[in-house]
Design a protein around this ligand. Sequence first.
Ligand SMILES: Cc1cc2nc3c(=O)[nH]c(=O)nc-3n(C[C@H](O)[C@H](O)[C@H](O)COP(=O)(O)O)c2cc1C
Length: 215
Amino acid sequence: MTDAAPDFDAAFGVQLDALMRWRRDVRHFRSDPVPDAEMQALLANVSLAPSVGHAQPWRLVRVRSGERRARLADHVDGQVLAAAERYADPAQRDQYRSLKLHGLREAPEILAVFSDDRPVAGHGLGIATMPEMLRYSTVMAIHGLWLTARARGIGMGWVSIVDPAALAAMLDVPGEWTLIALLCIGYPAQASDTPELEQRGWQAREPLTDRLFER
Ligand SMILES: Cc1cc2nc3c(=O)[nH]c(=O)nc-3n(C[C@H](O)[C@H](O)[C@H](O)COP(=O)(O)O)c2cc1C
């Protein structure tokens, strides 16, 4: 514990707004590695995330094996091809196929994030009626990682076009771990304040007024 709470001034607030606006889901990476000290800084902030009952259910698998990485990339490519077939409209199918939906072959770091559905920590607090809170906690940790990365000039891309059971088998993890995200991490090829799917004409950001309700 420390008594010296920082004073987040207005300038920091402006910077934080910019961080939110300039965070991106990154699929195009430079090839230079992320220094290990930087990776450790990102991972350290995961531990600061909020979690139900303070259960800290996130489980991180840093993929070091080139062979596993190749299998992951092949798997996602297969899933992407299969997903394209779900679009009945040929033009939309072609547009989907033209999107780059992962950087698993180029990103210097690959992190698979699982959530432990039966963590000892937290002693079950807060999950009697909504056990999914554990997985939401893991999502919170990923978002913290995403922002931390961006603040350090590092990009992150979330890959979810996967068969979670296949990934769990590939990465040899315990049965009570549920896959939440497969993450590509590295220095982005370019910065942008506009989502790539918006740049590519797939889906624009919609107005808050369509998403905000009062009762
Ligand atoms: C839960 C989740 C899953 C996602 N899965 C994928 C994915 O499989 N492939 C991909 O290219 N982007 C994926 N994304 C990234 C979104 O496409 C991206 O967040 C969205 O287009 C907005 O862009 P931005 O994150 O740059 O603001 C995912 C994002 C989230 C939050």
